[in-house]
Design a protein around this ligand. Structure first.
Ligand code: MG
Length: 222
């Protein structure tokens, strides 16, 4: 079973569901030539997709186009159903930085055929995540600078104040459909600047001033 580690206490929390949000930044929706959603777009990754700082991201044989997506990740501390946005903060344990690694060619094919995104988004190593910062270490989750560098060059740089749906609105929406439980993760969507990575690249994903992960990209042996 995969876990996440609380940085301050070293406590290990078993990971439940991984709920991901698509198109939560206007500029990313535009670069994907997608409509701006009027309610959150949600999809799931399996917990087996998780890897940690320093581990390799593996491009599966089925793809020739893997993209990075840097995201703020919310870690649920207290479960619930039909949680109101006004009460959502009490359900949050903390925050992490993560990468929603995406097989863009596989996803494009799935979109064209109206098929699910599970293969494009849920493959092994598709969910790198940092240690977890407790909520009291992140006073303003909607004013965090997110940066993604590839081989030292900045590819994505934005602020969580540009989210279309706030963390609290996301919790309200998700929990109206899917019961949230302790250890569930919410990948809250990526800003613009997503781009391809290749065998041998090094990706750094950072919540500026708080925490960073570094992962190398490798191709699965064909
Ligand atoms: Mg994403």
């Amino acid at each position: 079973m995969k876990t996440v580690t609380i940085r301050r206490t070293n406590e290990q929390i078993p990971v439940g569901k991984i709920i991901c949000i698509g198109r939560n930044y206007i500029e990313h929706a535009k670069e994907m030539q997608a409509d701006i959603p009027d309610k959150p777009v949600i999809f799931l990754k399996p917990p087996s997709a998780i890897i940690y700082d320093g581990e390799d991201i593996i491009i599966p044989k089925i793809s020739n186009e893997m993209h990075h997506e840097v995201e703020l990740v919310v870690v649920i501390g207290k479960g619930g159903k039909n949680i109101l946005a006004s009460d959502a903060d009490s359900h949050i344990l903390g925050y992490a930085v993560g990468l929603d690694m995406t097989l863009r060619d596989v996803q494009a094919e799935a979109k064209k055929k109206g098929l699910p995104w599970t293969v494009a988004k849920g493959f092994d190593t598709s969910a790198p995540i940092s240690e977890v910062l407790l909520k009291d270490e992140i006073p303003e989750p909607h004013n965090l600078n997110l940066v993604c560098r590839v081989n030292g060059t900045v590819r994505q740089q934005s602020n969580t104040d540009k989210m279309i749906f706030s963390v609290h609105k996301l919790i309200e929406y998700i929990s109206s459909i899917i019961t949230l439980e302790r250890g569930d993760l919410i990948y809250t969507g990526t800003p613009e600047g997503v781009s391809q990575v290749n065998n041998g690249d090094t990706i750094e994903a950072e919540l500026v001033g708080y925490i960073k992960i570094t992962n190398n990209v490798k191709s699965e042996t064909k």
